[in-house]
Design a protein around this ligand. Structure first.
Ligand SMILES: Nc1nc2c(c(=O)[nH]1)N[C@H]1C(S)=C(S)[C@@H](COP(=O)(O)O)O[C@H]1N2
Ligand SMILES: [Mo]
Length: 422
């Protein structure tokens, strides 16, 4: 049964106020109410917690505390309290972490938008604050809504537009995540008990979210939830494929690394930055000119390609997994073990290493690897992939590949390696 306007609302009509968003009667959808809001809230409670944790792990995987070279948020202070040495096992660890982070984030967009829609009347309640506690609650809601929009927008832009914010995505998304998650925890602590109660109740409670003067329903609540869930499933189905090869990647219609693999042959798997983009000149990479400079305790060693080929070569099946949430399945890399290169310059116990490429500009032209990564027998300075020489775009003449590490640590077009404790 639809009840008539409340007396106060009727008076508001009289004064011509009912048509502004500040009047409860302005919001007429019969779908709004604590049950819908609570259900969406519980989904987001789980989803955003996973997003936050995988985000923190993703940051730790960059080895930011190892060297300033890796750290895009050097002023983080205590926010880095949890950092730890990223392991090399299982070798698909970063691939899984980042695939979940990005795919889940995109999948939750319709849920987030529906949740914001379901509570939008609350943004307009008057007076703005009834008490200090109420004022604090509203400020925290502002941080919550602002933080959520900020994190989703910066994340999607980074994934879709490929570094629209040169260098600054990491601090924005990292600091934004802490602000947002603090507000999220406060909100969840306050609201979860009531949300669970709302979901167990069969009938809608009297609540400020329930329109005092509901319009005729155009869609049932079940239908609306179906729309949100369907939207999420559609995003999931058109994004997740960018973590797989071949026909599955072709399903990732919305993902920048979906579709067909680039080129043909052994090097036909996803490329982040091409050699041309990175400004790598073929004149610098030829066998006659290119030298790998390895620096360590016992001095400096210069190795041409022929010298490297005389060292023991090993193979490892490892994926490329990018922070942007795309990855490849395992590729067959072949090259010299990083720990053998460390031994060449005086380290039986492998230390950390700073790897620098031929590339002159760009945030990812160099990276630092931790001793545990250098020590892993699968960590290679690869010269070959899938049975053939590296292609220019995959880092010819030599590139680093390390198990479980983010793509950004797998430096291409390597020119310089400095072993030692960083
Ligand atoms: N020199 C250099 N190495 C680099 C990069 C770069 O921009 N410059 N990009 C990194 C990133 S972010 C990724 S995901 C991987 C991608 O490797 P691929 O292009 O062979 O797939 O290379 C890494 N190595
Ligand atoms: Mo990447």
């Amino acid at each position: 049964m639809v009840h008539g306007p409340l007396p106060g609302v009727a008076r508001a009509y009289g004064r011509g106020m009912a048509r502004t968003p500040f009047s409860p009667a302005f919001w007429r959808s019969p779908l709004r109410g604590p049950r819908l809001t609570s259900l969406l809230g519980v989904v987001l409670l789980g989803g955003i917690t996973v997003l936050f944790l995988t985000g923190l792990l993703s940051y730790a995987a960059y080895n930011p505390d190892l060297s300033p070279v890796n750290d895009k948020t050097p002023d983080k202070g205590i926010l880095g309290f949890y950092l730890f040495s990223w392991p090399t096992d299982p070798h698909w660890l970063y691939r899984l972490n980042q695939g979940v982070h990005v795919t889940l984030g995109i999948t939750l967009i319709p849920v987030l938008l529906a949740k914001l829609w379901s509570v939008v009347p609350k943004l307009f309640t008057l007076p703005p604050a009834r008490s200090l506690a109420h004022a604090l609650e509203r400020v925290s809601l502002l941080l919550l809504v602002g933080g959520a929009l900020f994190e989703f927008v910066t994340g999607v832009l980074n994934v879709q537009l490929d570094y629209v914010f040169p260098g600054s995505f990491y601090p924005l998304h990292f600091y934004g995540a802490w602000v947002f998650f603090a507000a999220f925890v406060a909100h969840a602590a306050l609201k979860t008990p009531a949300a669970l109660r709302n979901l167990r109740q069969l009938r809608e409670e009297k609540d400020e979210l329930v329109s005092p003067e509901p319009a005729e329903a155009t869609v049932s609540r079940r239908g609306a939830l179906g729309l949100v869930g369907g939207g999420s499933l559609l995003l999931l189905a058109t994004t997740a494929g960018q973590n797989f090869d071949g026909p599955l990647r072709r399903t990732a219609l919305l993902a920048p690394h979906g579709g067909a693999e680039p080129g043909t042959g052994p090097g036909a798997f996803q490329i982040n930055k091409t050699a041309a983009y990175a400004g790598i000149d073929a004149a610098e990479t030829g066998d006659q000119v290119w030298r790998l400079v390895v620096v360590g305790r016992t001095g400096t060693v210069r190795l041409g390609r022929a010298d490297l080929l005389r060292l023991p070569l090993h193979s490892a099946a490892l994926p490329i997994a990018c922070v942007e949430g795309w990855s490849t399945s395992d590729q067959w890399w072949r090259g010299v073990r990083l720990r053998d290169l460390a031994a060449l310059v005086g380290y039986d116990d492998p230390p950390d290493v700073l790897v620098e490429s031929l590339q002159r500009r760009g945030a990812f032209r160099r990276a630092a690897l931790r001793a545990n990564q250098v020590a892993d027998p699968r960590s290679l300075l690869a010269l070959f992939v899938n049975g053939e020489e590296l292609t220019p775009d995959h880092g010819h003449p030599a590139r680093v590949i390390v198990p479980a590490a983010p793509g950004v640590l797998n430096t291409k077009w390597v020119a310089h390696m400095t072993f030692g404790d960083l």
